[in-house]
Ligand binder design. Structure first.
Ligand SMILES: O=C(O)[C@H]1O[C@H](OP(=O)(O)OP(=O)(O)OC[C@H]2O[C@@H](n3ccc(=O)[nH]c3=O)[C@H](O)[C@@H]2O)[C@H](O)[C@@H](O)[C@@H]1O
Length: 434
């Protein structure tokens, strides 16, 4: 049989015999085969016309960028779903079963953030289909991971400064860093988020005929000259100061909302959100509530900026979520203040936190921040009258809840260094408590 093959001139058979007799032949044969393969591949490359990615390789066109972004998103969602299966020991919080004509498809931009993720919980438990869009700059996957894999829930890692194509009935547009150190970290990006991001979401709302709610802010009143602030007040904002990237960004975002309403009939809602605190605040948020609680729980210095006479009015996040939900589903389309009118001087607030935590921290005075509003308190007559909303949580109840949340965060993280000037310095060990 072998001889017959030799007689038939089988090249493969000859090679095998040579290899068995002389190992050097194996090496030579392998090199020859490799060289043939390389030549074949090169020739193939010459014949094949360049694909879209190759054609665009010198300058990435938007379509190619989109293609790359989309496939990354798909990969990320797949990873997260797998993760949710791994976590899915306790299942999900119960969600209402809504008839198909009442079940809405809702987009929440910034839905992995502090306020966004609390809102997502409400929308999910109400039985709606929720898509979160978040670039995870200040948002965290852990804030929404308890919904990963749920059939009503989808998570897209992406940035609102790029357009997105979705079919939705409502858009809650929350995406934007809201804490002063975060929004001042990259002011140009903050402006882009408020302007290009809001334009993109308005474009989407127009295309798919969705109702859109903008998370605006009490900061659009700037350093207010009237007190408390009513929605008809136009504000007192320094347009070139360090806070302007956020204040003016949100002001122009409001302008865009009403321009789209007038010109093309987009159904808009605008919430002017006052200082809010609660579970899922980022430990490095840098705002007063999280900083003071984190400092107090660790007996570190409580950092008071300025003389502490400036005032803020604090609402618990569950009240805000309730207000956003009611506003979205109301017939009222002018701006609405959402805040708790319970007003504190920041110095008094520091003492309140110290008392509630039983802390030995010192309260230390640091220079005031530039353009810090001297007083802030919402007039909520409009919210009461038009959307039937008012806060239900007292500040003390909310603080007790939030202190427990931060205790748990501290257990998980060991130590938290809050954000802000001097905030990173641990308290000297030899300091006597005051
Ligand atoms: O919490 C909010 O919802 C609001 O927070 C910020 O506004 P701001 O009032 O400046 O927030 P904080 O950074 O919490 O400051 C409140 C006051 O506490 C003071 N502060 C802050 C942090 C700190 O460690 N120590 C301290 O004294 C600030 O100087 C300021 O007077 C945002 O700019 C608003 O958009 C947002 O709506």
């Amino acid at each position: 049989m072998d001889e017959g093959k030799e007689a038939g001139g089988s090249v493969m058979w000859k090679m095998r015999r040579q290899i068995q007799r002389r190992p050097i032949y194996l090496l030579l044969t392998s090199c020859t085969v490799c060289a043939m393969l390389v030549v074949a591949v090169l020739k193939q490359g010459e014949r094949t016309p360049p694909g879209p990615l190759e054609r665009e390789s010198t300058s990435l066109s938007p379509s190619v960028v989109e293609g790359v972004v989309r496939s990354t998103i798909v990969d990320q969602i797949a990873t997260m779903r797998a993760e949710s299966v791994r976590l899915g020991k306790s299942g999900y919080a119960p969600v209402k079963r809504l008839p198909a004509n009442q079940k809405l498809r809702i987009l929440v931009t910034g839905g992995a953030g502090f306020v966004g993720s609390n809102l997502v919980d409400r929308l999910m438990t109400e039985g709606h289909e929720v898509t979160v869009l978040d670039n995870l700059f200040t948002g965290r996957k852990k804030n929404i991971e308890h919904w990963f894999g749920h059939p009503n829930f989808a998570f897209v890692v992406g940035d609102v400064v790029q357009p997105i194509m979705l079919e939705v009935d409502q858009i809650y547009h929350l995406a934007c860093p809201a804490s002063p150190p975060h929004y001042q970290y990259n002011p140009i990006k903050t402006i882009k988020t408020s302007t290009e991001g809001t334009l993109n979401m308005l474009g989407l709302a127009k295309r798919v005929n969705a109702r859109m709610l903008l998370a605006s802010t009490s900061e659009i009143y700037g350093d207010p000259e009237i007190h408390p602030q009513v929605e008809t007040y136009w504000g007192n904002v320094n347009p070139i100061g360090p806070r302007a990237c956020y204040d003016e960004g949100k002001r122009v975002a409001e302008t865009m909302m009403y321009s789209y309403q007038r010109q093309v009939g987009v159904d808009v809602r605008v919430a002017r959100i006052f200082n809010t605190f609660g579970r899922r605040m980022h430990p490095n948020d840098g705002r007063v509530v999280s900083n003071f609680i984190i400092q107090a729980l660790q007996d570190k210095d409580i950092t008071l900026y300025g003389d502490g006479s400036q005032t803020r009015s604090f609402q618990f996040v569950d009240d805000l979520v309730d207000g956003l939900y009611k506003l979205m589903n109301s017939n009222y389309s002018l701006p609405v203040n959402l805040g708790n009118p319970d007003e504190y001087a920041v110095a008094t607030f520091a003492h309140t936190i110290k008392r509630l935590t039983g802390s030995r921290s010192r309260i230390v005075s640091l220079p005031a921040t530039t353009d810090d509003p001297r007083k802030r308190k919402p007039d909520i007559t409009v919210a009461k009258r038009h959307i039937g909303w008012q806060p239900r949580w007292t500040v003390q109840m909310g603080l007790e809840h939030t202190i427990e949340y931060f205790k748990k965060e501290l257990e998980d993280m060991g130590e938290i260094i809050p954000t802000g000037p001097r905030a990173s310095k641990p308290r000297p060990l030899n300091l006597k408590p005051h």
